[in-house]
Design a protein around this ligand. Structure first.
Ligand SMILES: Cc1ncc(COP(=O)(O)O)c(C=O)c1O
Length: 419
């Protein structure tokens, strides 16, 4: 496997090898059919092999896939992206979400002339060195007090000094945020946050949290970066910034933007993005595959499809039906679990709590092993999902009411076998 999350980290006794996908369904190497609720970790907002995207790819490929030259395809993609994302006066395309968050931090540092930044416990922003601090879950006893969290690197091979510039804080905790901004605010280039915490399952912000974060960053001259790699083009055409009505300075995208093609993007104000304009004091961002012609054509077609009437109403309605159905089954089967999230993205937590509000709740109160067992039972019943509790269930435009009914039937059976 080329990423641990596809293999030994979560699948036992070994991963399912997928060979083919169509709409909301996938087939494995043994010919088993599943309904896919993982959807390539959220990338496949249009499901598998959407006919319009197949057509666009075939046509573009026949004309020449990529020139690494200026093309009208990148303009077509940008002209659709910017009107959809409320704060994107301009956009720069990268190849992955990790590259986008990397670039956003470089831009923020150049713009503010400061080097430190704040990241939150449990937030994942890709595999760039300085972001790999407390992005994985750990036993609650190892986390230290919320006022001074124990700093746990997620990877070997990162110089300890890299983290000297990282301020770490608990998320969704207003008093902690006020305190940390009071202490460090004037030294920070940026605060980066997932607007809905999507890498410990699905944890929405508490009422007013993002709004106060916006105020505090503004008061201290700190750029606010929304990492919308997961949430972008999912909850609404303009992502969570539109859904919650909070305006970050920079935002990063990936996944659903490319509908299955590798892409990332940084959107923001022209004054910040123009720092990449060629010249003596510019911010450098190179890349042979930036603005890949095939991907840009897919993005333009994908965003046109997403802009169609009723897309987001349908995504929300199907997701909410699945959530309500799962809650009902868990209640009837007397299983202590909650379904958290809303609309197109949610997660199931086996827990005694009424809600999971942050990383610490997740590490302390969620029975992730039970969740893995539950998902393995679902895999045996034709539902494809990762057994990692840290990810989330995804609804694409290809999912139907029938898919949700099949999920609920499988979940009901799985509950009867769950010890
Ligand atoms: C919130 C968030 N940011 C950034 C990334 C990195 O994106 P990519 O895997 O495309 O590098 C991810 C990937 O899961 C993510 O969930």
């Amino acid at each position: 496997m080329n990423s641990p999350s596809r293999g030994a980290a979560v699948y036992e006794p070994g991963p399912v090898f997928l060979e083919r996908g169509h709409g909301s369904h996938v087939w494995d190497a043994d010919g088993n059919e599943y309904i896919d609720f993982m959807m390539s970790f959220g990338a496949l907002i249009q499901g598998h092999a959407h006919p319009k995207l197949v057509e666009v790819v075939a046509k573009t490929m026949a004309e020449g896939s990529h020139f690494a030259a200026a093309t009208s395809a990148e303009i077509e993609a940008a002209e659709r992206f910017c009107p959809m994302v409320p704060t994107a006066e301009a956009v720069r395309f990268t190849n992955t979400g990790s590259e986008a968050t990397m670039l956003a931090l470089r831009l923020a540092r150049a713009h503010t002339g400061r080097t430190k930044f704040l990241k939150f416990e449990g937030h994942y922003h890709g595999w760039y060195d300085p972001y790999l601090l407390n992005a994985h879950s750990h036993p609650a006893e190892e986390l230290g007090p919320p006022e001074s969290p124990v700093r746990i690197p997620d990877s070997e091979g990162i110089p300890a000094s890299t983290f000297d510039d990282v301020v770490l804080a608990p998320w969704n905790d207003l008093p902690a945020l006020e305190r940390v901004m009071q202490e460090h605010g004037n030294q920070l280039a940026a605060v980066i946050t997932e607007p809905i915490m999507a890498n410990m399952g699905c944890i929405p912000p508490r009422d007013g949290y993002l709004e106060r974060l916006r105020q505090l960053t503004q008061e201290h001259g700190v750029l606010l970066i929304f990492d919308e790699v997961v949430t972008g083009f999912r909850y609404s055409p303009g992502g969570c910034q539109e859904y919650y009505g909070v305006e970050p300075d920079l935002s990063t995208f990936g996944k659903a933007l490319g509908a299955g093609f590798p892409v990332g993007a940084v959107g923001g104000s022209r004054s910040i993005l123009e720092r990449m304009r060629w010249g003596e004091h510019m911010v450098l961002h190179y890349g042979t595959f930036n603005g890949h012609r095939l991907t840009m054509k897919v993005i333009a077609a994908n965003l046109d499809l997403l802009s169609g009437k009723g897309t987001y109403e349908k995504l929300h309605a199907i997701g909410d039906t699945a959530i309500a159905g799962l809650r009902d089954i868990l209640r009837r089967r007397k299983i202590r679990a909650i379904v958290q999230g809303f609309g197109p993205m949610f997660q199931i937590y086996f827990t005694d709590r009424d809600a999971i509000h942050d990383y610490r709740d997740y590490c302390r109160y969620v029975d992730t092993k039970k969740y893995s067992r539950f998902v393995r039972l679902l895999l045996d019943r034709g539902i494809y999902m990762t057994p990692s509790n840290g990810l989330h269930w995804i609804i694409s435009t290809a999912h139907t009411k029938q898919d949700v009914e099949a999920l609920l039937r499988a979940a009901d059976l799985a509950c009867t076998e769950l010890a």
